[in-house]
Design a protein around this ligand. Structure first.
Ligand code: UTP
Length: 217
């Protein structure tokens, strides 16, 4: 599960973190292993802005944003499992997931976003499903913030997703799924559901196979 930083708020809303904590408990109870990748949200973007204004490189801008996502991830991890550290490598994340049936991490390295981190974790774990809890109800024909007439898509394939979401990485990019992640997921053919993260219970509906958000296959 990938929780958008823009969904959690700045700082993360206690109600939402509590809601996601319940969802993870329910999914664990049903026998699922849950990997949670948390983004840096508006605070990450503010750090990127300051770093850019100081003349720091895109690599350095990404680096401070990664720390913001790890701070959010630590908060979520504390609520979920009482652990106060978060893995900073994919191997560390997978080990913790195997041991605890739940693991939380934030960013990994410059040049990507936590969408790509979630894609890598899902591929390495051979997950059945990747859910992105976003600040939109799914993937639209075009960016709904730019064009009010954009229509939400219930189901698309990765080729179509690449057409809509393709592009290149830049620090602070705010795409419903980042273009680097779309490329990876296209390659691995990971099943992805993008849904509105304002209601954490949507993730349970997605896992149960109910129609919610946009299904990408
Ligand atoms: P996030 O992936 O933390 O964004 O990336 P978010 O807040 O959850 O975004 P939404 O809600 O999906 O829109 C924020 C920035 O952090 C850096 C990049 O600059 C990215 O744009 N980042 C994050 C990395 O460089 N590497 C990472 O592994 C993660």
């Amino acid at each position: 599960m990938r929780i958008g930083g823009s969904v959690l708020g700045d700082p993360p809303s206690a109600g939402l973190v509590n809601g996601y904590s319940e969802v993870v408990s329910d999914l664990n109870y049903e026998g699922n292993y849950v990997a949670v990748v948390v983004g840096g949200g508006g605070i990450a973007r503010e750090y990127i802005k300051s770093a850019a204004q100081m003349g720091l490189s895109p690599y350095q801008q990404d680096t401070v944003a990664i720390h913001a996502s790890r701070l959010n991830a630590r908060l979520v991890a504390m609520k979920l499992g009482g652990v106060s550290s978060v893995p900073t490598s994919i191997d560390g994340m997978l080990q913790r997931l195997a041991r605890n049936r739940v693991a939380v991490m934030g960013g990994l390295k410059p040049g990507i976003t936590t969408d790509t981190v979630a894609a890598i974790v899902a591929e390495r774990w051979k997950a059945d499903l990747l859910v992105k809890a976003s600040d939109q109800s799914g993937i639209y024909t075009e960016d709904p913030r730019a064009n009010k007439k954009a229509k939400k898509l219930d189901r698309i394939n990765y080729e179509k997703a690449k057409q809509i979401l393709g592009g290149a990485h830049r620090p602070g990019i705010h795409s419903i799924v980042d273009p680097v992640a779309v490329d990876r997921l296209l390659e691995s053919r990971m099943k992805l559901i993008v849904l509105n993260g304002a209601d954490p219970k949507g993730v349970i509906r997605a896992v149960h196979g109910e129609k919610v958000g946009t299904l990408v296959t």
